[in-house]
Ligand binder design. Structure first.
Ligand code: HEM
Length: 405
């Protein structure tokens, strides 16, 4: 493969080792921002530190809508706004309508052919992407202090079932065959997410609990969004390299592209969106280590998510799910969020997963695949069935308050 090689990934310490361990944790003020906008999809930019940039178009709008008490009415109107080319509903406030008409347009560099190939890739590599982006991404988010605190103290933190369902709606829309086609839903879910984040930037600073625990004044800056973005496509790509899953150069490029478009649609500025995998890995190496670590909120979130996952699946025990999570994110991160070590499973799960991948790649035959591998396979199937497609009655809505006390 033309991009970051498997050998390089292993040298850097495996999928997640490569995400966090490439740079030693340092005080942010000492290291600043060195990634060049020349490596972005924009190819140029002011080079502003993304830690000091939020969403200049959406943030004042959501502040105003919240101050005017307009958000419940907006949520009602947007409830049935579901597909990419569906006209916006009548009755939206004119400032919001103007913003949304502009923000719903795909970036000029969006490439139809790459998006189509990405959709096929999402289908053929679904099991790997679902594992990495679902349980993997969820665990990593718990190990990002800014995100863990934002999630915990925002309205959705009180109801993690609903939060997972809403996040899954988003994940499903990105991974579906018609993601950015007219009948797809990705534009809608991205734009709703952008509105939610802008509302959170206004609401969370009003939470006494968040202010006491957070070490920032306004949440969800551009660097935070990039960090989360790397826990999704970058982590998935590095995991697939680590697991020796075959990915062609065209597939890798197409998969990056669908996430570049997604990043732009949720409000990440184009000068920060990596143009290539090489640029993505370099940016990830610059920002991941300094944005990860343990928090009480993250420990609670991880425990809640792992309980949910194991409860979905009758035969699976929580210990096996713990081991799967530890295997995905590595020991250091697993220890931060206090995933228990499981003597019985911690060696078996990685081996079972490896044999499942090899079987799917035609490297080994059926008799060589242990029963545990099929249990993991079934766990993932149940996860997709319940978490990725089961949220039909839930929709992403703009919050009007923080977590109730
Ligand atoms: C809400 C995705 C980055 C904090 C959401 C929702 C989605 C989403 C789909 C709607 C689901 C819901 O309302 O529960 C993403 C993606 C990101 C990203 C794709 C980056 C690629 C971040 C970051 C933070 C954050 C960096 C915090 C540092 C939140 C919070 C909510 C939210 C607090 C609202 C929860 C509530 O309703 O109370 N995000 N997010 N997100 N996100 Fe993000």
């Amino acid at each position: 493969m033309a991009h970051f090689s498997r050998r390089q990934a292993l040298i850097a310490g495996g999928a997640f080792g490569a995400l966090v361990a490439a740079a030693p944790a340092q005080a942010r003020s000492l290291v600043g921002w060195n990634w060049s906008p020349g490596d972005s999809v924009a190819g140029t930019g002011a080079g502003l530190d993304p830690h000091e940039v939020w969403d200049a178009a959406a943030d004042p709008l959501l502040k105003s809508l919240l101050d005017r008490g307009a958000v419940p009415g907006v949520n009602d109107l947007l409830w049935d706004w579901e597909t990419n080319e569906q006209p916006l509903p009548d009755g939206l406030p004119s400032d919001l309508r103007d913003f949304m008409e502009d923000a719903r347009r795909l970036p000029s560099w969006a490439d139809h052919d790459k998006l189509e190939l990405a959709a096929e890739f999402n289908k053929s590599h679904g099991i790997y992407l679902n594992l990495a982006n679902g349980p993997g991404g969820g665990m990593l988010a718990a190990a990002i202090p800014q995100e863990a605190r934002a999630v915990y103290y925002s309205n959705g933190g009180a109801d993690m079932e609903s939060r997972v369902a809403k996040t899954s709606i988003f994940g499903f829309s990105v991974g579906s065959l018609d993601a950015f086609r007219p009948e797809g839903t990705c534009v809608v879910e991205c734009l709703k997410t952008r509105l939610v984040h802008a509302a959170v930037r206004h609401l969370l600073p009003q939470s006494e609990h968040w202010r006491e625990s957070a070490d920032e004044d306004i949440p969800i800056n551009q660097e935070d969004m990039l960090v989360t973005w790397h826990t999704l496509p970058t982590f998935a790509m590095r995991s697939m390299e680590d697991w020796e899953v075959p990915v062609t150069d065209d597939e890798a490029e197409a998969y990056l592209h669908v996430w570049q478009v997604t990043a732009a649609m949720i409000g990440i500025s184009e000068e920060y969106i990596p143009a290539t995998w090489q640029a993505a890995y370099e940016q990830s190496d610059e920002i991941m280590a300094r944005n990860m670590g343990p928090t009480d909120e993250g420990i609670w979130i991880a425990d809640t998510l792992l309980s949910q996952l194991s409860n979905r699946f009758h035969e699976a025990t929580r210990p096996m799910v713990n081991s799967l999570a530890r295997f995905l994110i590595g020991d250091e991160t697993a220890d931060w969020i206090e995933i228990p070590r499981e003597e019985r499973w911690d060696d078996l799960v990685p081996r079972a997963w490896s044999s499942l991948v090899q079987f799917r790649n035609g490297v080994i035959g059926l008799p060589a695949v242990p029963q545990l591998a099929w249990t993991i396979d079934e766990l993932l199937r149940q996860y997709v069935l319940h978490d990725l497609t089961g949220g039909e009655e839930t929709k992403i809505e703009i919050p009007t308050s923080n977590r109730p006390d």
